[in-house]
Design a binder for this molecule. Structure first.
Ligand SMILES: [Zn+2]
Length: 274
């Protein structure tokens, strides 16, 4: 059997899938990923929670790059991976889609049983009063306060970031929460920060109901996602992964499909619909 036939056979034998997705699902949508085929960093590692909250210059630099990078996120559209997974859910094959991506593209494609493990980049949270507001609204405030930056163009980087360097970040003007004056932060889980407990528990509950796990477009290098594969294996649930590169779970997999994730998921959805 070829890879796709093996994948379809796996899905036929395990009807209710717990799906875990990563950056590889969104690269076709123009959102870069962090890691190379070997699972190593392609670029400087992301800002940590501690640096963001503890250092004002880091925070100014983050928001300056975000101002420039946001339009790429705001205009990104679902790709083949997102559409195929929405079809699989519509046909009753997906119990939960747990994504490590923060771009909201699974929801945009029509998936409904989703948990955004690491939060959403289209939402801003106040660390003072917990009020959540749309990132698009903050963009207006960032542009108004920093008109010279609004015209800046740069190469898109992961998670709504952009490669902007050699500028004076110290003068970048970051607004505070209009309600309480608190610090604003994108509503995503930064490195050095924990995933909210109720979100993790909801994902484990869905995993316990699933027959098997399908990993799509993730190297599983981040423990917050990898632990669900470990839990599945410990519970005797088989795990299949579609990923072009190495994954942290390669020696735990029942099946590994080394193909472009969009192509493989599209073929799977078509075979199951036939
Ligand atoms: Zn506030």
């Amino acid at each position: 059997m070829d890879d796709i036939a093996s994948l379809a056979d796996f899905a036929a034998r395990h009807r209710r899938l717990f799906v875990l997705t990563g950056a590889g699902c969104s690269t076709d949508s123009g959102i870069p990923d962090y890691r190379d085929a070997n699972g190593d960093w392609k670029r400087p590692s992301p800002v940590t929670f501690q640096a963001f909250t503890g250092d004002e210059l880091t925070r100014r630099r983050y928001w300056a790059r975000s101002l420039v990078g946001w339009p790429t996120m705001a205009t990104a559209r679902p790709g083949a991976s997102h559409r195929a997974l929405a079809r699989l859910e519509a046909s009753g094959r997906v119990g939960l889609l747990l994504t490590q991506n923060v771009d909201g593209l699974h929801d945009a494609a029509g998936s409904r049983q989703t948990i955004d493990l690491h939060g959403r980049i289209d939402t801003v949270r106040c660390l003072g009063c917990e009020t959540r507001t749309p990132r698009a609204r903050l963009q207006q405030a960032l542009r108004a306060r920093n008109p010279a930056w609004a015209a800046q163009e740069a190469r898109a980087a992961p998670d709504g970031d952009a490669d902007v360097e050699g500028r004076d970040f110290a003068s970048f003007d970051v607004p505070a929460c209009p309600l309480c004056g608190g610090m604003l932060k994108p509503d995503v889980v930064f490195f050095g920060e924990s995933v909210p407990r109720e979100r993790v528990q909801a994902a484990y509950a869905a995993l316990s109901e699933a027959d098997a796990v399908l990993v799509a477009g993730s190297s599983l290098m981040v423990y917050s996602g990898f632990r669900f594969v470990q839990a599945a294996v410990a519970a005797g649930k088989p795990v299949v992964a579609i990923n072009l590169g190495r994954t942290r779970a390669d020696d735990l997999l029942a099946l590994k499909v080394t193909q472009p994730v969009g192509d493989a998921l599209t073929a799977l959805a078509e075979q199951l619909a036939a």
